[in-house]
Design a protein around this ligand. Structure first.
Ligand SMILES: Nc1ncnc2c1ncn2[C@@H]1O[C@H](COP(=O)(O)OP(=O)(O)O)[C@@H](O)[C@H]1O
Ligand SMILES: [Mg+2]
Length: 464
């Protein structure tokens, strides 16, 4: 459960460690190298002075060497050794003390200059061996030693300061990291807590977000998701209560009618048949409503039915055939202007629902002597179907709602004509399921117009 915190701390510690190691090593090694370089040039300069002064002597004897060296000021050196060409020491100003390296002296007798420098906690110990050349021949060697405790002390001091400084930085950084990860973790926990609350069913819960970082963004997304869930849940409840209400009314009528038949002992045959016919009507309405609910739930299920090319012209002709009797009864004329090639990718059943429901409404909510115009046409990248009527129209404030389930503008009138208030929501869902869009407007001077448009399929899709 704390793994993020551990990961974070481990990462910060690794970065910190690398930084501190570099901080401790780099300045020390580079200043040490600088001092080595300085020692080399100082000692080689001094050795060169000694060598050239001794080069003038005929022979390197202890006395002559001492005489010459006394004239020179070899301030920094802690030991000066002069060797003759056979390797014998002719001069050594501090026989004890700083150790000398005889190998270096021998090397310089062969004509080489040898520099050594070592840094210990106490001192920089450096030595330089150089041949003494006279007229092109090696006549001896100079060997200079130097101990520099002062510089070593400075470097050691810097070293220990850096170490203390690093410890301080490390402690502060860790403290901050711990603090930061605690805050971060607390915010994550809040989020997790909120998710649990919502998962438990409280869709009204919202996470309080502050700041503008990724966690805030996560929180905002979560809140939006919860709001959508809340909305869906509300819709679901409303749907269930609307649906039960819709089913309750016809069932109550059926109960009432059948009770009357059962209870009245000497009901005449005609009345009884009338009642039975009414029961039949209510049952039919129930059947229609449940069928539509099934259609809706099928559309909701989002099952991927394979789309096929459907010609709206054919669909409209089929719907017209079914609606003719109703239109005749209502004294409504249906005109069709069906363009060729109005093909969309959908399925025949859904397309029939769309066209039939729109045409049925246009007839049902019309006036005697009124008319309906069904048009299909191609428009740029769209296939457009419009159903225009000269009927009673839909008040502007209801236009947004007519696609909602069970919504009816005039309940009584719709019920009387056998409406369930589900037709347009089926149309709406079917249109959206096939990538189209639907809008409703007002027809001049009276009536409504429903416009449905679908994307025009490519010839690859239709295979034509
Ligand atoms: N062409 C139309 N003209 C006037 N009102 C309409 C038209 N189409 C739909 N309506 C209104 O929209 C409501 C919803 O339509 P619909 O979903 O088909 O339900 P139903 O027809 O079963 O009542 C109808 O009850 C009606 O009030
Ligand atoms: Mg309808």
């Amino acid at each position: 459960m704390h793994s993020i915190r551990i990961q974070l701390l481990a990462f910060i510690m690794a970065v910190l460690l690398i930084f501190l190691v570099i901080l401790n090593i780099y300045p020390i090694t580079s200043s040490r190298d600088l001092i080595f370089e300085e020692k080399r040039s100082a000692l080689s300069g001094q050795a060169a002075v000694v060598a050239s002064s001794l080069a003038g002597l005929d022979r390197l004897s202890p006395d002559s060497v001492r005489e010459v060296l006394q004239l020179l000021d070899l301030g920094g050196t802690s030991r000066t050794v002069i060797a003759a060409d056979d390797g014998s020491v002719v001069y050594d100003d501090a026989a004890a003390g700083t150790p000398i390296d005889e190998g270096d002296i021998l090397s310089s007798l062969k004509g080489k200059c040898v520099f050594r420098s070592r840094f210990t906690a106490e001192a920089f110990s450096s030595s330089y061996a150089m041949p003494i050349l006279s007229r092109g021949a090696t006549v001896g060697a100079v060997y200079l030693c130097e101990e520099d405790a002062e510089r070593a002390a400075i470097i050691s001091d810097i070293q220990s300061r850096l170490l203390r400084f690093s410890a301080a930085i490390g402690a502060v950084a860790l403290l901050f990291a711990a603090l930061f990860s605690t805050v971060l973790l607390r915010r994550m926990r809040e989020l997790v807590r909120s998710i649990r609350i919502v998962a438990g069913g409280d869709y009204t819960h919202r996470l309080e977000t502050r700041g503008r970082d990724e966690i805030t963004e996560l929180g905002d997304e979560f809140n939006q998701l919860t709001a959508r869930l809340e909305d869906t849940e509300k819709q679901r409840r409303r749907f269930v209560s609307d649906a039960s209400h819709e089913l309750k009314t016809p069932l109550a009528s059926i109960r009432l009618l059948s009770d009357s038949i059962v209870q009245s002992e000497n009901m005449d045959g005609g009345t009884m048949r009338e009642f039975a016919a009414d029961i039949g009507h209510e049952a039919e309405r129930l059947q229609r409503t449940t069928e539509k609910l099934l259609d809706l739930s099928r559309l909701d299920d989002d099952v991927q039915v394979i789309d096929e090319p459907v010609d709206i012209k054919q669909t409209a002709v089929d719907a017209l055939a079914v609606l003719r009797p109703l239109a005749a009864e209502k004294d409504v004329k249906i005109r069709c202007e069906l363009g060729d090639g109005c093909v969309v990718m959908a399925n025949t059943d859904d397309m029939f629902h769309i066209v039939f429901n729109l045409m049925e409404n246009a007839v049902k909510y019309n006036v005697p002597g009124g008319s309906v115009l069904v048009r299909t046409e191609l428009e740029d990248e769209k296939v457009v179907l419009s159903v225009t009527d000269t009927g009673i129209g839909i008040p502007e404030e209801d236009r947004l709602n007519v696609f909602n389930r069970f919504y009816r503008v005039d309940k009584a009138r719709s019920r009387a004509s056998g409406g369930s208030g589900l037709g347009l929501s089926i149309v709406h869902d079917a249109v959206l399921a096939h990538g189209g869009s639907i809008a409703v407007g007002q027809n001049k001077p009276q009536g409504s117009v429903f416009i449905v448009s679908f994307p025009r399929p490519t010839s690859e899709e239709t295979g034509i």
